[in-house]
Design a protein around this ligand. Structure first.
Ligand code: GLU
Length: 487
């Protein structure tokens, strides 16, 4: 069996779009599942779209996500160069374009802009393209030689017959047959001597021995033209896997504005890398048992590309948040603390025990920025309504709470040990003395010290963090509020 070789072939045009990350991930998983090689190739032949720094983003993202490539510009595996602009210099694309010309599968075209602009146009995939009329196909060899010798600018076009059909096979979509008359004579070599993306892609995938090509289905419509190139050269066509579109919750294409378009956007919003990778793996793929949480190694083990779906994948923020929360819960505490610390420090400027607070929130947040909303009451007692003291299940009311806090105050004033355990033992004594339920005492105390309906911890844990002075101040404030309300 031939060794599986896949490639991630990004164009360095900006951030790592979620769709690109998915392609890279699936390529990686397909290769690693079978013990194959995963390669990185930089497709930078479209100089106009090149964005400074974009290549660094690609390297950084692959490293952060753990999609380690076996070969690439920085790791020679014998198939280099791995950057298309460097491959141009080796003459490889011209060599293969000439081979196609010799076979009658391509031809020189000298038409100038003016002539081209007079030709018919068609809208393909939302873009307006000129339908070339094969004008230059009729030039004789001598005429071509003459023009080349005179230094006339030219492009090289693929020669696609008007008659007949071309059939293309995709692993997910099956056989797709198109009429050749619908395929335009696309440019293979541009007037600047660079190959077009479409041509370089085919030459490179073949010469780099790529066995499986995974990419977004926006390329599906160009694929018959690729197949014609493979056939013209007599090369074996790789396995093509075109992935379904990724949409937002409103079934619209993911856009920059929706905030989850790129890997960086998600990290900036406080998602963690492993959760993003796990979530992206499920955008179009699912295992047989519908399990959802996977480490990268588990994905490698379980990934079967035959189970990729054709239906559009909805990027569901609610689900990603949930998944991220699961990762935070399962995370080792020291690592969690390292990540949480900047958020805690931003929310809390007073001298608190941040590690204890981190331990309280670890299982209660979905993303790190949620921390602020969980811990804000430590910094400053919020304004709150006395109605919060009334809790049906705990059987508390404003009156009962006032009575309880008045009894609690001297206990807490006398208390020296402000540890959670010490405080809990003292309050429990009061509960026993009163012969009431725990909540009858704990609820008003917690309300008084937090001013919140929901807190990441109970009354005594909160008081341990706040310390004696601040706890007492808040209890007194509670009494004052209740006195005013019940007066
Ligand atoms: N350079 C193309 C892109 O970034 C890659 C498409 C492919 O994988 O063939 O979209």
């Amino acid at each position: 069996m031939t060794k599986i070789r896949t490639r991630y072939a990004p164009s360095p045009t900006g951030k790592m779009h979620v769709g690109n990350l998915r392609s890279a991930l699936y390529e990686f998983l397909i290769a690693k599942h079978e013990g194959g090689d995963f390669m990185l190739r930089i497709e930078d032949t479209d100089q106009g779209r090149y964005v400074e720094g974009a290549t660094d983003i690609i390297y950084r993202t692959l490293e952060e996500t753990g999609l380690v490539h076996d070969e690439g510009p920085d790791k020679d595996g014998g198939y280099g160069p791995y950057v298309q602009s460097e491959r141009v210099k080796t003459g490889i694309y011209m060599k293969y374009a000439n081979e196609l010309i010799d076979k009658g599968e391509a031809y020189y075209c000298f038409c100038d802009r003016e002539r081209l602009s007079s030709l018919k146009t068609e809208v393909v995939d939302g873009k307006e393209i000129t339908v070339y009329d094969k004008h230059c196909l009729s030039l004789s060899r001598e005429e071509v030689e003459e023009k080349l010798a005179a230094g006339s600018p030219f492009v090289i076009r693929q020669n696609i017959p008007d008659e007949g059909t071309t059939t293309f096979h995709d692993e997910l979509y099956g056989d797709i047959t198109v009429n050749n008359s619908e395929l335009d004579d696309m440019i293979l070599i541009k007037s600047d001597g660079y190959p077009t993306y479409n041509f370089a892609n085919v030459v490179d995938d073949h010469t780099m021995n790529i066995t499986h090509v995974v990419r977004g289905n926006e390329y599906l419509s160009s694929s018959p033209k690729y197949v014609r190139l493979y056939e013209a050269f007599g090369w074996e066509v790789p396995v093509y896997i075109h992935l379904p579109l990724i949409t937002d919750e409103n079934h619209k294409k993911l856009s920059k504005r929706s905030g989850h378009a790129s890997f960086e956007d998600l990290i900036e919003q406080g998602f963690i890398t492993e959760a993003v990778v796990n979530y992206v793996a499920l955008l179009g793929w699912s295992p047989e048992d519908n399990r959802e949480i996977f480490t990268l190694d588990e994905l490698i083990e379980n990934f079967d590309y035959h189970r990729i779906s054709k239906s559009p994948a909805v990027f569901d923020m609610v689900k990603l948040r949930w998944m991220n929360g699961e990762y935070l819960k399962a995370m080792d505490f020291d690592r969690f603390y390292e990540m949480a610390e900047p958020y805690l420090k931003k929310a809390l400027t007073k001298n608190f025990n941040l590690r204890s607070i981190a331990a309280m929130v670890k299982t209660r947040i979905e993303i790190l920025p949620d921390i602020a909303g969980q811990v804000d009451f430590f910094e400053e007692l919020p304004e709150y309504e006395v109605e919060m003291y009334t809790h049906k299940k705990m059987k508390t009311s404003s009156e009962s709470s006032l009575e309880v806090l008045r009894e609690v105050l001297p206990v807490l004033e006398a208390q020296e040990d402000y540890s959670n355990e010490g405080l809990y033992a003292s309050l429990l004594k009061l509960v026993e003395k009163k012969g009431c339920k725990n909540g009858y005492v704990m609820w008003p105390v917690r309300t008084a010290v937090s001013g919140k309906q929901m807190t990441p911890a109970g009354a005594t844990e909160i008081m341990e963090i706040l310390g004696k002075e601040e706890s007492l101040r808040r209890i007194r404030r509670g009494i004052e509020k209740l006195e005013n309300a019940t007066a």
